[in-house]
Design a protein around this ligand. Structure first.
Ligand code: THU
Length: 131
């Protein structure tokens, strides 16, 4: 799917909708994520925390779970927002997760504009799953 076709404002709206559902009572830092999938559906996620702080689920984890549970596919374009609806950068673990499911050419809308995953995660770790 051509990335020129990405409706970034529609994706941002879905991420803003998701951030409103975040469960972040410990950090008080809600996050929403939305991604366009190569079959044109949209995968979404929000962060879900836990009293055992270290096991918080990032919004991007929920988004990738939605991708896989919804039938799989490849991430084409991703938006992550905070409670104010501002674009935020995914953490290191989530960059790896997005790279695995979207590849180096997947686009990410960042505070510096539209960047590729190759730019936000150079020299990504890649391991082919055994067949
Ligand atoms: N968080 C995300 O949801 N995504 C990120 O990429 C960075 C951090 C969440 C985890 C935790 O619930 C809160 O933000 C504060 O770190």
């Amino acid at each position: 799917m051509d990335t020129d076709e990405v409706d970034w404002s529609a994706l941002q709206a879905r991420a803003v909708e998701a951030v409103g559902r975040a469960y972040a009572p410990y950090s008080r830092y809600p996050v929403g994520a939305a991604a366009l999938v190569d079959d044109r559906r949209v995968a979404v996620g929000c962060n879900v925390e836990n009293g055992s702080y270290g096991v918080a689920l990032c919004a991007e984890c929920g988004m990738v779970s939605d991708l896989v549970a919804g039938g799989g596919g490849r991430l084409v374009a991703v938006v992550c927002v905070d409670a104010a609806g501002e674009f935020i950068m995914p953490c290191g673990r989530c960059r790896q997760l997005i790279h695995e499911h979207g590849g180096a050419d997947c686009r990410l809308l960042t505070p510096q504009g539209d960047l590729s995953m190759a730019e936000v995660l150079p020299q990504a770790f890649e391991l082919k799953p055994p067949s």
